[in-house]
Every structure is written in C-alpha cells, then in structure tokens.
Design a protein around this ligand. Sequence first.
Ligand code: NAD
Ligand code: UDP
Length: 313
Amino acid sequence: MRVLITGAAGFLGSHLCDRFLNDGHSVVGLDNFLTGNPENIAHLGNRSDFEFVEHNISRNISIAGPIDGVLHFASPASPIDYLAHPIATLEVGAMGTHHALGIAKAKGARFLVASTSEVYGDPLVHPQPESYWGNVNPIGPRAVYDEAKRFAEAMTMAYRRTHGMDAKIVRIFNTYGPRMRPNDGRVVSNFVVQALSGIPLTVYGEGQQTRSFCFVDDEVEGIYRLFLSKEAGPINIGNPNEFTISQLATLVLEITGSKSRIDVQPLPEDDPRVRKPDITRARTLLGWEPRIQLREGLERTIAYFRQQLAVPV
Ligand code: NAD
Ligand code: UDP
C-alpha cells in the first residue's frame, strides 16, 4: 500500500509513519510544521519508500500517483497549541478534513480521521462509550478543537454515506510517549520535563480531575488495526486505567527521583473533570487492548526526555 499521512511530523503521525514503513508499505508524509518537529521524521529522510510534502492541508493540494489510504492526523492537539492557533485549528478540522477526504475519494483510497475524546467534552456519562453524544461547550475556548473534530466526524460520515467511501473514525484518548515536544504543554510532557529539570510540577486545580493515559505504541497498534479492519468506527482507542492528575504527579516524582515540589495553578476553563474510554468495541471488533501500563510507559517516556534534555541518568 501507499498511504498519505497528514500531520506526519507530529507526535502520533511520525509513529504511524514508522508503523506503516516497518510493515512494508510506502508513506507520503505531509505536514506544515505548525506544531510538528522535523526531527521526528529525520530518520526517514533517506528511505526510498518515504516521501515528504511540506504543505498546509487546509489549502487544496493534489498528490501525484496512486494512494491506497489517507490517514488525516494534521491538527494541533495540545490545549496550549490549539488555544495559540484557534483559527488554524478550526480550519484543519474543517477544510483540512474536507481536502483529505477529497484526496481519498479521487484516489479510491480508504480514509481514517483522528478524532478525539474531546468530542465527549466534559462528559456526563462515565466511562465514555462511542454511543455517547457528549457535553461540549460550543463557544468556550476549547470549542475550536472540540467542534472542529465534531465537524470532521460529521464530514467523514457524509462522505461515507454520500460517496460510499471506506471512511473511518478513531477517537483517541490522551496518548503519551517519546517524540512529544518538551514544551507542548500536555500534562505528561510538562510533569516529566519539570521533574527532570528540578522545577515545580504545575498541577492545575485540585489535581482531582482524571485522565486515562495510553502509551503511544499501544495507541498506534489500535489505530493500525482499525485502519486495516472492515470496521468504520467511531472506535475509542485509549487506556481505560484512570488516574487523577495528582496521582500522575506523584508517580512521575517517584520514577524520576525528583525533589520538585507541587505548584498548584488555576484549572483552565472547561477542563473536563473525568475522562476514561469504554473500549468494549475496540476489544470485541479489533481484538485490541492496551498492553503497556502507566509505570512502564512513563519509564520509557522519561528515558526519552532524559536524552532530549541531556540530563545525566
Ligand atoms: P502534534 O501536534 O504532535 O502533531 C500534529 C501535526 O499536525 C504537527 O506535526 C503539525 O505541524 C501538523 N499540522 C497541524 N496543522 C496542519 C496543517 N494545517 N497542515 C499540515 N500539517 C498540520 O499532535 P499529536 O498528538 O501527534 O496529534 C495528532 C492527531 O491526533 C491530531 O489530529 C490530534 O487531534 C489527534 N489526537 C491526539 C491525541 C493525543 O493524546 N496525542 C488525543 C486525541 C486526538
Ligand atoms: N494539567 C496539569 N498541569 C499541566 C498540564 C495539564 O494539571 O502542566 C492538567 C489539565 O488541566 C488537564 C489534564 O492535566 O486536567 C490533562 O491535560 P492535557 O493538556 O494533557 O490534555 P487534555 O486531556 O486536557 O486535553
């Protein structure tokens, strides 16, 4: 297969490129480096089965040659990134998804869009099954991301119904691991970098809000299985083990051996209080479930950031 991956220089996109290449497929990676890092794909530069296109997918583009699959992962994903780029985030969820679907339609390709647990907003149902429609504030600061992804899902379903396309939706829950940007503002990278740098860990609110963290290798395996399957989704791919943010801070301090203290900061507006995927569909339809639990995943992530920050082990 020859697949187009948008957002290829990002955290998840770069791991997906590796996964497809390792399985013998060819990859066209597309990115405009809005939040991505050329270093994430630098190791692919000399491969004949990898091509890179620098482009903003919110603008039209045609890709030469056959394409068998399109995976649309371009979008800022960290709250500080999408709050810094609100209009670009809405554009890439809307026009970017439309363009990526258009490429897939023109090429007769399979399509998969990266949606998110954020479509459930601040959920009133816990854990969240795919049948839950969510509780999203359409005019709050996070709406630029949440509503863009909800639009992307609606557009994907419209192409599926109208054009009979094989178009799929994955709802990704908080994922972490190597290649996150040290300053991308997400909680795992923030805490690990803060702990390794000996500066206070910034816990927002009381730290009692929960998240369910999935290690990147598990996440990529689930996405890959969905892409190759006959299923359309939406399917939640995430780790159902739920932790409070305070528990995460304690675990990061323990594993790093850091003496950093906790610095309590205000809870951001519309910050979801709980989040935990119901992965019954992924288990039954894809035979997928996460294998790497938080301690092991954090150990691997911390090892990566130690290298990045050149902190002596
Ligand atoms: P990331 O910021 O590391 O990667 C996103 C990539 O998309 C970056 O390389 C960025 O430069 C690129 N990009 C953004 N706008 C673009 C545009 N208009 N044209 C071309 N490229 C563009 O984020 P990530 O964590 O790798 O997330 C990837 C996808 O997965 C996103 O769609 C995100 O919404 C989704 N997702 C991620 C998580 C997570 O926990 N990491 C959770 C839910 C959903
Ligand atoms: N958070 C925190 N300290 C940080 C960064 C984030 O306490 O330095 C909290 C944030 O308020 C949220 C959770 O950690 O409740 C997860 O935040 P993240 O930005 O990683 O992703 P989200 O799940 O909110 O999209």
